[in-house]
Write a protein of this length. Structure first.
Lengths: 253, 470
């Protein structure tokens, strides 16, 4: 189907262990879906598998982005086609400034032989940084090097804004954030919500969803989506933990 | 049309990887003995003292073992008996590209040399195998007394200038390969800049190997007289042959009092070339010598540019970048010999190892006890891309006496698969991600280069990274 990010019966292993065991869900453009689940349920695996990390082997199923198979594309092709992953642990790139990194990422989206308009690029980047409350000095610093947890996550959001993806997956973006940083990050995401974009927000805690209010909440357990509901489902999980979900799954097994 | 067809290059895949069919007027044959030396001397019409110099050097070369007790065992794979030591088309270097033989001219045109000459160079020498095919220096410089010729012409036409220093900065017996070069040298640049003359634009030499199983042994001697200044740049390439090729140069620089020399190398050898080069400078009082050395490609490079600071307040600097890809070993470094009071040296070395590529840094700093007020700063940083890379650092700093300042810093950083994955997730291809990391790593050094050369280096890094992605 077009205008959706559609995950169908996805199975994946790492080091021979099956982590995703037939996961299905669909994120239409314009919606924010959350995935919650206990530790070890496969949340981060899902994010990395979709992005194409080579440690994970896809053993079945598919992910269609606006009808196109993600698994037919290389990691960088997925990105250029409009798939963005905000990392749980953003990597540091010594010696490469934030500005150069973003510029290279934008340049990679232009046709061969076309040069990026540097003036327009800087103007846009500065405007976005102002919105995210980021200091201009950030542009000259090496990507994520020596950044605090909050700065790294803010930088992920800046990259997302600058790359303007069709679908963004946020992998535990709330981990390691204090409440102020969390608000800034949530504000950045909310400002990007649009009928032209879908979000999949992966989180362990309900807290983030107070600020990024989801349209749909999925519960991931043991490699499958075991429950889907509205934002109230997140509140119930926060109040009661995951045990009742586990019990339900085991009862149905 | 048929003529054009015969000149068609044999192979084309990356930039320097092409060659033209061989047709040489002078060929010293395969292998090395006294007859080889006589052949070279006869072709060049050399004076007796040069013939003697060559023959003594051959004996020194034969008596010295390969330095495999400290250097790579790969040196044993050089088959001296299979190498061709002299090849030339019998051409005299011309001052006009129009007079250069077509295949040679096309080679240099493909490498962009005439275009660069028009844009920003004060003089160019282009060497094809053993001899220069083209040599030209701007008329204004010639009028000021600047001499820019090849080694044969330099020793024949200007012995009063060059003989005094020839083989004095780097004696024949310095090492096995300086001895080999002294026996069979051909080509290279002999430059003299008279007192007070400041050459504004760079002089450039370009060394091209075209023939298989060939050894290139250029010899360069640059003398910059009191208060004079020059920047010299050299570039090197060779096609990718199946068999090993040897490049073994000797470069001697003499900076008289208050003189300044900047010597820039950007070499892009194919990975079958053994590149074993000896480079050293003497800096007299208040003189400054700066080596900027970029080593990309080759099978094994061994090169440690040095400065002997002989006069008070002399300054020496080595800035080097080495990139070792799969199957390559860059064994590079610097030698700083302080031989007068208040001398200052600076060494900044950056090495990049990709895949199974290997980088070694060897640095020697010598400050003897009787001197006062000497300073040395050494920084060496290594970057590893992917897990199999290897890097070693062997600093040898001997500082005696307590009136000196030295500091040494070393670091190793790594670009992991996860970092490449992260960059790819932002849309960069694997090659672009690696290039960006490498360029980021060398960025602060490259800023010191003349513009044209920093652009060139960035392009070479991009090409090398593209080649390293399967």
């Amino acid at each position: 189907m077009s205008d959706t990010l559609e995950i169908k019966d996805l199975k994946a292993t790492v080091d021979g262990h099956e982590i995703l065991k037939g996961l299905s869900l669909t994120v239409p453009k314009g919606e924010v879906h959350a995935i919650m689940g206990p530790n070890g349920s496969g949340k981060s695996t899902l994010a990395k598998v979709m992005a194409g990390h080579e440690d994970y082997e896809v053993t079945g199923g598919s992910v269609l982005m606006d009808g196109e198979e993600l698994f037919d594309m290389d990691v960088d092709e997925r990105s250029r086609a409009g798939f963005f992953l905000a990392f749980q642990y953003p990597l540091e790139i010594p010696g490469v400034s934030n500005a150069n990194f973003l510029r290279a990422a934008r340049q990679a989206r232009l046709p061969e032989g076309e040069e990026i308009d540097a003036v327009a690029f800087y103007k846009e980047m500065y405007a976005r940084m102002d919105e995210l409350g980021m200091d201009r000095k950030f542009t000259g610093r090496s990507v994520n090097e020596g950044f605090s947890g909050g700065e790294k996550k803010r930088n992920e959001i800046l990259q997302m804004v600058m790359l303007d993806p069709k679908y963004a997956v946020l992998d535990e973006t709330d981990s390691g954030l204090d409440i102020d940083a969390l608000k800034v990050v949530a504000h950045g995401v909310n400002a990007m919500r649009s009928p032209e974009r879908g979000f999949l927000v992966i989180t362990h805690y309900q807290r983030l969803l107070d600020y990024i209010v989801p349209d749909v909440v999925h519960v991931l357990f043991d490699g499958r989506i075991v429950k889907t509901g509205g934002k109230d489902l997140a509140l119930k999980l926060e109040a009661e933990g995951y045990d009742w979900v586990k019990d339900e799954v085991l009862a149905n097994a | 049309m048929s003529e054009a067809a015969t000149l068609e290059a044999v192979t084309i895949d990356s930039e320097g990887d092409f060659s033209y069919p061989e047709a040489y007027a002078h060929d010293a044959g395969v292998g090395l003995n006294e007859d080889t030396l006589d052949y070279i001397s006869n072709v060049k019409g050399e004076a007796d003292w040069i013939r003697e110099f060559r023959k003594k050097a051959l004996k020194t070369f034969e008596s010295k073992p390969n330095p495999t007790h400290w250097a790579s065992k790969d040196l044993e794979n050089i088959k001296f008996e299979n190498i061709r030591y002299y090849l030339s088309k019998g051409q005299k270097p011309t001052r006009s590209w129009d007079e250069v033989p077509d295949d040679v001219k096309q080679t240099f045109e493909r490498l962009g040399i005439p275009e660069k000459e028009r844009k920003y160079l004060a003089g160019v020498e282009a060497q094809f195998d053993s001899e220069a095919a083209y040599s030209n220096v701007k008329v204004e410089l010639e009028k000021e007394g600047v001499i820019f010729v090849n080694s044969t012409e330099g020793l024949r036409e200007h012995p009063e200038l060059f003989r005094k220093w020839f083989g004095k900065v780097i004696p024949t017996g310095d090492n096995k390969y300086s001895a080999l070069n002294s026996a069979v040298f051909s080509g290279g640049s002999f430059i003299y800049v008279p007192p007070g003359v400041k050459v504004k634009h760079p002089l450039q030499a370009y060394f091209r190997i075209n023939a298989e199983n060939f050894g290139q042994f250029e010899r360069t001697l640059i003398i910059v007289d009191e208060g004079a200044e020059v920047t010299y740049m050299e570039g090197c390439t060779a096609p990718k042959f199946e068999t090993a090729t040897l490049h073994s140069a000797v470069v001697e620089l003499v900076a008289m009092a208050d003189a300044k020399i900047q010597y820039i190398t950007v070499q892009n050898w194919s990975n079958n070339v053994f590149n074993l080069v000896t480079k050293r400078a003497i800096a007299h009082e208040n003189a400054e010598v700066r080596w900027i050395d970029c080593n990309i490609g080759s099978r094994l490079t061994m090169k440690y540019p040095g400065v002997v600071m002989k006069g008070r307040k002399a300054r020496g600097e080595v800035i080097s970048i080495a990139l070792a890809n799969d199957g390559q070993h860059q064994d590079t470094g610097a030698k700083m010999v302080h031989a007068a009071d208040e001398t200052t040296s600076n060494v900044v070395s950056k090495s990049i190892s990709v895949g199974e590529g290997r980088s070694t840094y060897r640095g020697l700093v010598h400050i003897p006890k009787h001197l006062k007020g000497c300073k040395n700063n050494t920084e060496c940083d290594a970057l590893l891309i992917n897990s199999n890379s290897r890097t070693d650092t062997y600093p040898a700093i001997s500082v005696r006496g307590n009136q000196h300042a030295t500091q040494h810093e070393a670091s190793v950083s790594q670009v992991s698969e996860d970092q490449i994955f992260y960059m790819q997730q932002r849309g960069l291809s694997e090659a672009a991600a690696m290039s960006l990391s490498v360029n980021g790593f060398v960025n602060d050094l490259v800023r010191e280069f003349p513009m044209e050369y920093s652009v060139e280096l960035k392009r070479l890094i991009d090409l090398e990274m593209e080649g390293s992605v399967g």
